[in-house]
Design a protein around this ligand. Structure first.
Ligand code: FES
Length: 107
């Protein structure tokens, strides 16, 4: 159960004990974290689970598939190098300490 910290756009931190094997999106929803809407339920079809992965963590994650890459173009908040769709990232034990920033808006 790695500890992952979600950070709201206003800087409020939400450390959670994440379950391995579920997505960063599902982890946020299960912990009542606002800022992830996930309208499509994790099907990579809405971009309302947009997040920004802090620092070097971005490079440690599996590369994104083309569907995620395309869908990020529809994100409400401008895409950055650290942008990912949280429904496409599965939690693993080596994510201990990872920090995930949330955009101010998802729609
Ligand atoms: S939940 Fe819709 S793209 Fe991630």
């Amino acid at each position: 159960m790695p500890k992952i910290t979600y950070v709201d756009a206003d800087g409020t931190e939400h450390p959670v004990d994440a379950k391995t094997g579920v997505s960063l999106m599902e982890t946020a929803i299960a912990n009542n974290i606002d800022g992830i809407e996930a309208e499509c339920g994790g099907s990579c079809m809405c971009a309302t689970c947009h997040c920004f992965i802090e620092g070097d963590w971005s490079a440690k994650l599996p590369a994104m598939e083309s569907e995620e890459d395309e869908m990020l173009g529809f994100a409400a908040e401008e895409r950055r190098d650290s942008s990912r769709l949280s429904c496409q990232i599965k939690v693993t034990d080596d994510m201990e300490g990872m920090v995930v920033h949330l955009p101010a808006e998802q729609n």
